[in-house]
Design a protein around this ligand. Structure first.
Ligand code: ADP
Ligand code: MG
Length: 316
C-alpha cells in the first residue's frame, strides 16, 4: 500500500523488513516487520534516543534489562534488542489483533465469559510480575493489553474443554472457549513494559530517581505499589463489562475529584444484567484503601474467576 513507501529505513535494523506502522507513542513508533532470518512476523518498537532526556534514557535501559528476564505467556515477549547511537530497537513478539481497547469498542462490551477469558490472562501475567518478579507495571489499561485474534466463525463449532492458562502449550491450541468464540479473542498479553514508567513518572506514587525524601511506608511497602496495578485491573474489568470506564468526566478537574473520592457506580441499565459476583470482585478491587484492596492472589481466587463459562450461561 501507500504507507509502504513512507516507511523509514533504520541503520542497524537491516535484519527486519518493516511492513507497516501499527503504533505510535510519545517516544516510540511500533512497526510490524518480518524477521528475514526466521521469516517470522514481529513487532519492532523504535525509540528515538535523541528525543529522550538523560534520566529517561537511563530508565529505559534499566527497564529493557528487566524485560529481558521476564518470560510468561500473558506478557509480550521481547525477542531481541538492538541499539545504535541514535535509536533503541525492541524486537517484540507480534500480537496480531492489536489493542484490546479496539475490540471493546467494536463489540460495545464483553459478555461475562469473554471478560473472564481476557481478565484471567491479564491477571495471570500480573501475578507473575508481582509475585515472581517483584515488578509493577504501572500502566495497565486496555491500550496496553494486546491480543491474538481467533476467527469469529469458530463460534458455530463445538467447543473444546476450557484451556488451562498455566500451561502454555495447552493455551496455544485451546484459545477458543465456549461462549467466548464470538469475541474473536485468543491470547491476551500485557505490553508497554517499563517505558511508560518514565513517561508517567509524575503521576505514579512510586519513587523514581530521588528516594531520599520519600516516606518509609512508601519505600518499604511493596504491596502499596502493586496495589496501583490492582486498581487499574479493576478499572479494566469494569470497562470490559459495560464498555465505559468506572471514572469518567469530560472535565479533567471533576474527573480527578471522582477518582480521588473513589466515586463510581454500577450505572443502570447497563449493569442491571451483570452478575452480583463480578460486581463483588470489582468492589474489592476498586477499594479506596490500598491495604484492603485485593491482591492479585485474592483476585484470582475470587469465586467469579473460578466459574466455568458453562455454569454462567445456564444460571443467567
Ligand atoms: P507507548 O509507550 O508508545 O505507548 P506501546 O508499547 O504501548 O508504546 O506501543 C504503542 C502501540 O503499538 C500499542 O498500543 C499497540 O497498538 C502497538 N503495539 C505495541 N507492541 C505491539 C506488539 N507486540 N504487537 C502488536 N501491536 C503492538
Ligand atoms: Mg502504550
Amino acid at each position: 500500500r501507500m504507507a509502504k513507501n513512507q516507511l523509514p529505513s533504520y541503520n542497524g535494523l537491516e535484519r527486519y523488513q518493516l511492513l507497516e506502522k501499527i503504533g505510535d507513542g510519545a517516544f516510540s513508533i511500533v512497526y510490524e516487520a518480518i524477521d528475514t532470518q526466521t521469516n517470522e512476523n514481529v513487532a519492532v518498537k523504535v525509540v528515538d534516543q535523541r528525543k529522550l532526556k538523560k534520566d529517561q534514557k537511563a530508565g529505559i535501559l534499566k527497564e529493557i534489562r528487566i524485560m529481558q528476564t521476564i518470560k510468561h505467556p500473558s506478557i509480550v515477549r521481547m525477542l531481541a534488542y538492538h541499539e545504535t547511537a541514535t535509536h533503541f530497537f525492541l524486537i517484540l513478539e507480534l500480537c496480531k489483533g492489536g489493542e484490546l481497547f479496539n475490540q471493546i469498542v467494536k463489540l460495545t462490551y464483553f459478555s461475562e465469559d469473554l471478560t473472564r477469558h481476557c481478565i484471567r490472562q491479564v491477571a495471570e501475567g500480573l501475578r507473575y510480575l508481582h509475585e515472581d518478579c517483584g515488578v509493577v507495571h504501572r500502566d495497565i489499561k486496555p491500550e496496553n493489553l494486546l491480543y491474538d485474534p481467533i476467527p469469529i466463525m469458530e463460534r458455530t463449532q463445538p467447543a473444546p474443554p476450557l484451556p488451562d492458562f498455566d500451561d502454555e502449550t495447552k493455551m496455544d491450541e485451546g484459545a477458543f472457549v465456549e461462549g467466548v468464540g464470538g469475541g474473536g479473542i485468543g491470547k491476551v498479553k500485557i505490553a508497554d513494559f517499563g517505558l511508560s514508567k518514565i513517561v508517567w513518572n509524575n503521576s505514579t506514587m512510586t519513587p523514581c530517581g530521588t528516594i531520599g525524601y520519600t516516606a518509609p511506608e512508601i519505600v518499604k511497602d511493596q504491596r502499596y505499589s502493586k496495589s496501583v496495578d490492582m486498581w487499574a485491573l479493576g478499572c479494566v474489568l469494569y470497562t470490559m463489562l459495560c464498555g465505559f470506564p468506572p471514572f469518567f468526566d469530560e472535565d479533567i478537574t471533576d474527573l480527578t475529584q471522582k477518582v480521588a473520592k473513589g466515586q463510581y457506580e454500577f450505572l443502570s441499565p447497563w449493569w442491571d444484567v451483570v452478575s452480583d459476583s463480578v460486581k463483588d470482585l470489582i468492589i474489592h478491587t476498586l477499594c479506596m484503601n490500598p491495604r484492603k484492596r485485593y491482591t492479585i492472589d485474592q483476585f484470582l481466587k475470587h469465586p467469579w474467576m473460578q466459574q466455568k463459562a458453562e455454569s454462567i450461561s445456564t444460571t443467567t
